[in-house]
Design a protein around this ligand. Structure first.
Ligand code: PBG
Length: 324
């Protein structure tokens, strides 16, 4: 008889034959920086996550470093919003200043700038409006400016999350032109129009004032389209492609992994975190086990990189040998 249980008999052998290995190096932690001073405000729908001003970010970064997480992705909440989201590409915008601060004080941290406009525009859409529609070709010029300003401030990588066509090419061109040939682009390639972003939009104050994002983010019914997005982004120069959200799109992670040789990232988004937290806070589930299972499933599906609000906690689980 083939006895599958032989290799399950004890922790030693189970750990030896694990097919999925998780490393802290593959974790990215998203952070919300708010323009102002002395701000450290818990996000209501994401207990344990904070909107913070630059002067209050040290403890968060030091805890990450202590846990062994050394990559962060930054989102900004500006003081002023306008039609074109000008704070997003301002030299001294909140994200640019946060990048400068972190890179100076913690050079070992790898800093990724999220490139989008929805947190910065008065209408909350991810681009420049023409009537009620987001104008693709105008928007990508702005996205390139945003990416450049983040890189000039010291970002190690930029990650466009807007879902406009042609943005990767536009960003690659401006970075190359300005001498930043070695700065990689992680494209949110297969980003779905998902209800799982709800808590993020409350956190970043970025919900669209009218309509929705379905004319630029992907329809959740589609998977071949995701492969097309990925192919296009790679042709345009993406170094890493992302699937987002993670948990409800693991089939997409697997399919993307099968068609490409570039690293694949999966973003476990705000709604995933909020669901786990609220169920755990009610005593309905075991938070640690669930977060581990979710992380493992993303890597098992094919993710090379995992963006998660649980980065620090997962790193501790790796230390404890629960996963990894
Ligand atoms: C910006 C952006 C969003 C997220 C990441 N970048 C929100 C959105 O598209 O509405 C969501 C992240 C999360 O939910 O954790 N466009």
């Amino acid at each position: 008889m083939f006895r599958t249980r032989r290799l399950r008999a004890n922790a030693g052998i189970r750990n030896m034959v694990r097919e999925t290995r998780i490393s802290k190096d593959a974790l990215i932690y998203p952070m919300f920086f708010e323009d102002g001073e002395n701000i450290f405000e818990e996000i209501e729908s994401m207990p344990g996550q904070y909107r913070m001003s630059i002067d209050r970010c040290d403890s968060v970064i030091e805890e990450l470093l202590d846990a062994g997480v050394s990559a962060v992705m930054l989102f900004g909440i500006p003081k002023h919003k306008d039609e074109v989201g000008s704070e997003a590409y301002h030299d001294h915008g909140i994200v640019q200043e946060a990048i400068r601060y972190i890179k100076k004080k913690y050079p070992g941290i790898y800093v990724i700038g999220d490139v989008c406009m929805c947190e910065y525009t008065s209408h909350g859409h991810c681009g420049i409006l023409n009537g009620s529609d987001v104008d693709n070709d105008t928007t990508i010029k702005y996205l390139a400016k945003i990416a450049l300003s983040q890189v000039e401030a010291g970002a190690d990588m930029v990650a466009p999350s807007d879902m406009m066509d042609g943005r990767v090419e536009e960003i690659r061109a401006i970075l190359d032109d300005k001498g930043y040939k070695n700065i990689p682009i992680m494209a949110y390639s297969a980003k779905y129009a998902s209800a799982f972003y709800g808590p993020f939009r409350a956190a970043a104050d970025s919900a669209p004032a009218f309509g929705d994002r379905k004319s630029y983010q992907m329809d959740v019914h589609n998977s071949r389209e995701a492969l097309k997005e990925v192919e296009e982004d790679i042709l345009e120069g993406a170094d890493i492609v992302m699937v987002k959200p993670a948990m409800s799109f693991l089939d997409i992670v697997t399919k993307v992994k099968e068609i490409t040789n570039v690293p694949v990232a999966a973003y476990s988004v705000s709604g995933e975190y909020a669901m786990v937290k609220s169920a755990a806070n009610n005593g309905f589930i075991d938070e640690e086990k669930i977060m581990c299972e979710m992380a493992v499933s993303a890597f098992r599906a094919g993710a090379d990189i995992y963006i998660t609000y649980y980065a620090k906690e997962l790193a501790k689980c790796i230390d404890k040998g629960i996963i990894g």
